[in-house]
Ligand binder design. Structure first.
Ligand code: NAD
Ligand code: UD1
Length: 336
C-alpha cells in the first residue's frame, strides 16, 4: 500500500517512514526541505534498506500534488508538513497560516480531486490550551490556543472536521501529539533543530555535547512537585508506531477519528535533566530563570482511547528517550 507522507523528511515523518517500511507500507514523501536535509533519505535507506520515492516540493503547489496522485496509487496521506516554532509563529503569523492552514487546504483539495479521502493529520496537545485538569482526554475543549502556531493546528482540525461533515465518506484522523522526544535507536536519525533549540530535550542534548553552556529552566514556582513544568514526553518511535496503529485501525475507515498520542505520564524539567545526566554520564549545567510566556504548569494525556480503539500504547521509557537522544547527539553533534 502506498501512502503519501507530507513532511516525511522531518523529525517525526522520517521515523514514521522507517516504521512504515518495516511494516510493508510504501511511503511516498513530499517535503520542501525548509526544515530538513536531503541526507535524511540516505539515513532512512541505511536503516530500512529502502530509499522511498521523494518529491522535493511544496504542499501549497497543487500541481505537484496532483501529479503525485496521478503517478501513484495512493491510499492515504499522513500529513506532517508544517512550521512548528511557537516564537517564530508570533513574529510571522501570515507565514504560519499560509504554510500550515493554506497548505492543508491545498492538500485536501488535491486529495478530493484524486478521490483519496483518507488523511491522518499531525495535530498537537497545544489545541487544548491550558487544560482545566490533567490528564487530558480527547473530549476536553479545544481552541483556547495562545499563539499562531497553536491556532493554525486548531484551524486545520476545524477545517478537516467541516470537510467530514460535508462528505462523511472521508476518513479524517486527528492525532494530538504530546511532547515528542528521542531518536532512532541506531543513532542515525533524530531531531535536528536549526539555530537555538526552543524545546527542552534538544537544548539539554546540546548542553551535554558542549554546544551550549547551560540550560535555562523556565520557572521553578509552578504548582508541581518540584516547581518546574511537567509534560508528557513520548518517544518518537512510539509516536511513529502510533501512526501505523491509526492507519491500520481507523485510517482507511470513514469517520472523524481523534486521538491523543502520549504516554499518560508526566515528567518535570528537572526529571528530564536528571534522566539525561544518567544517560550521558555527566551533569547537565542549568540555571533557574523566570517563567517563559505562554507556558502552562502541567500537561499530560489520558491515553485510554488510543489504547482501546487503536490497540496502541507507548512502551518506551524516559530512560530510552534520553539514551537514544544522547546516542544520536554524540554521533551527530552538529545534526545531519
Ligand atoms: P519538522 O519540522 O522536523 O518536520 C516538518 C517537515 O515538513 C520538515 O521536513 C519541513 O521541511 C516540511 N515542510 C514544512 N512546510 C512544508 C511545505 N509547505 N511543503 C512541504 N514540506 C514542508 O517537524 P516535526 O517535529 O517532525 O513535526 C511534524 C508535524 O508534527 C508538524 O506538523 C508539527 O506541527 C506537528 N507536531 C510536532 C510536535 C513536536 O514537538 N515535534 C508536537 C506536536 C505536533
Ligand atoms: C512547546 C510549545 C507547543 C508545541 C510543543 C512541541 C510553547 C509555549 N509550547 O511545548 O505549542 O506543540 O513545544 O513542539 O512553546 N523548558 C525549559 N527550558 C528550555 C526549554 C523548555 O525549562 O530551554 C521547559 C518549558 O518551560 C516546559 C518544558 O521545558 O515546562 C517543555 O518545553 P518544550 O519542550 O518547549 O515543550 P512545550 O512547552 O510543552
Amino acid at each position: 500500500m502506498k501512502v503519501l507522507v507530507t513532511g516525511g523528511m522531518g523529525y517525526i515523518g522520517s521515523h514514521t517512514c522507517v516504521q512504515m517500511i518495516e511494516a510493508g507500507i510504501e511511503p511516498i514523501i513530499i517535503d520542501n526541505l525548509c526544515n530538513a536535509k536531503e541526507m535524511v533519505l540516505d539515513r532512512i535507506e541505511m536503516i530500512s534498506g529502502v530509499a522511498p520515492a521523494f518529491y522535493h516540493g511544496d504542499i501549497r503547489d497543487e500541481s505537484v500534488l496532483d501529479s503525485i496522485f496521478t503517478e501513484h496509487d495512493i491510499k492515504a496521506v499522513i500529513h506532517f508538513a508544517g512550521l512548528k516554532a511557537v516564537g517564530e509563529s508570533v513574529a510571522k503569523p501570515l507565514e504560519y497560516y499560509d504554510n500550515n492552514v493554506n497548505g492543508s487546504l491545498v492538500l485536501a483539495r488535491s486529495m478530493r480531486k484524486a478521490g483519496v479521502k483518507n488523511i491522518i493529520f499531525s495535530s498537537s496537545a497545544t489545541v487544548y490550551g491550558d487544560p482545566a485538569s490533567v490528564p487530558i482526554t480527547e473530549s476536553f475543549p479545544t481552541g483556547a490556543t495562545t499563539n499562531p502556531y497553536g491556532r493554525s493546528k486548531y484551524m486545520v482540525e476545524e477545517c478537516l472536521s467541516d470537510l467530514f461533515t460535508s462528505d462523511p465518506s472521508w476518513s479524517i484522523t486527528l492525532l494530538r501529539y504530546f511532547n515528542p522526544v528521542g531518536a532512532h535507536p541506531t543513532g542515525l536519525m533524530g531531531e535536528d533543530p536549526q539555530g537555538i533549540p526552543n524545546n527542552l530535550m534538544p537544548y539539554i542534548a546540546q548542553v551535554a555535547v558542549g554546544r551550549r553552556e547551560k540550560l535555562s529552566v523556565y520557572g521553578n514556582d509552578y504548582p508541581t512537585p518540584d516547581g518546574t513544568g511537567v509534560r508528557d514526553y513520548i518517544h518518537v518511535m512510539d509516536l511513529a508506531d502510533g501512526h501505523l496503529a491509526a492507519l491500520t485501525h481507523v485510517g482507511l475507515k470513514s469517520g472523524l477519528h481523534i486521538y491523543n498520542l502520549g504516554t499518560g505520564k508526566g515528567s518535570s524539567v528537572l526529571d528530564m535533566v536528571e534522566a539525561f545526566s544518567q544517560a550521558c554520564g555527566k551533569g547537565v549545567a542549568y540555571e533557574i530563570c523566570p517563567r517563559r510566556a505562554g507556558d502552562i504548569a502541567e500537561c499530560w494525556a489520558n491515553t485510554e482511547k488510543a489504547e482501546r480503539e487503536l490497540g496502541w500504547k507507548a512502551t518506551r521509557s524516559v530512560k530510552e528517550m534520553t539514551e537514544d537522544t544522547w546516542r544520536w547527539q554524540v554521533a551527530n553533534p552538529q545534526g545531519y
